[in-house]
Each structure stands twice: as C-alpha cells, then as structure tokens.
Design a protein around this ligand. Structure first.
Ligand SMILES: [Zn+2]
Length: 163
C-alpha cells in the first residue's frame, strides 16, 4: 500500500501519510512540515492532491471567537484502502473502454509513416494514406488487446486482494 502511495505522490506523499497514520487526532500543515522536514507549500499541495482522491481529509474547527479556522489533517487505513480501490476501479474502467474500442473496429496503418487509421477513416480515404497516398494495410492490434487484457486481470486481482 505505501509503495503505491509513493508511486502516486512521491516519497514526500508517503512520509505525510505515514505521519498521519501514527497520529490519533490529526496534524496541522505546520506540524506536518516541522515533523517531516517537507516545505509548507509542498505539504499543502500534496495534501490537496491526496484529498481530491480521498486518501486524506481534514477536520475544521474555529479558533475561539475569531474568524480563523484550525485545519487538522488525518487519514486511516480504511480511507486509504477505499481511495486506492476507487482509483483502481477508474483505471479498470478506462482500460475496459479502450479494450472495447480496440476490439470493436479494425485498424489500418500506413507502411511509410505509420499513421494509424480507424476503419471509417480508412474507408473515407479509399484505404490510402492522407499524407503519402500509400495503400493502407490492416493493423494487427492483437498484441495491444492481449496486453490490455492481462493488465485488466492484474488490476482486478490486485483490487480484490486484501491490500
Ligand atoms: Zn503515409
């Protein structure tokens, strides 16, 4: 899990998540910066990015009677798992759409400049390249399809395993 977070948000992102996991009542941005040695601006940016996908969140409380608010950032294992699983689901969706596209239509390619055409595009141009007028040949996308399929299988397995 931490490896994936590091992949997504770098070693600084990982440090922040590890710190937040250890804290019972959350941390302010200043505290995170002091305890990790990461610059305040970077902490703020990373927290924002990670919160967009639900890896972290904050609690806001008013500072006494003032207009100022305290923000305490937090996370926990359940939140991390959930966010990661959502992210994987999105990737799976994109890949499935891509796979559907790759399998639904034949592709054509120009042997000279390797421009790729869909069937419709090739048909409209009399199966000739619009750049060099060479005859197009059918493009074998089996490899791409197989690659997508195995990638999908891995992702689904990964998501259903205990993270
Ligand atoms: Zn061409």
């Amino acid at each position: 899990m931490m490896k994936v977070i590091e992949k997504l948000y770098g070693s600084d992102g990982r440090k922040i998540v590890e710190l937040l996991l250890k804290s019972s009542d959350g941390k302010s941005i200043d505290e995170i910066s002091q305890e990790t040695g990461i610059r305040v601006n970077d902490v703020r940016r990373l927290l924002y990015e990670m919160s967009q996908e639900g890896f972290v969140a904050y609690l806001r409380s008013q500072k006494g009677d003032s207009f100022w608010y305290n923000y305490r950032w937090y996370t926990n294992i359940a939140m991390l798992k959930n966010a990661l699983s959502k992210r994987i689901d999105n990737v799976v969706k994109v890949l499935e759409e891509r796979l559907e596209y790759e399998t639904s239509t034949p592709f054509y390619i120009c042997p000279n400049d390797l421009t790729v055409y869909t069937f419709e595009e090739a048909f409209e141009n009399n199966f000739q390249c619009i750049h060099c007028q060479a005859d197009l040949t059918e493009f074998d996308n089996k490899q791409i399809i197989n690659h997508l399929k195995s990638l999908l299988e891995k992702l689904k397995k990964f998501n259903s395993s205990t993270l």
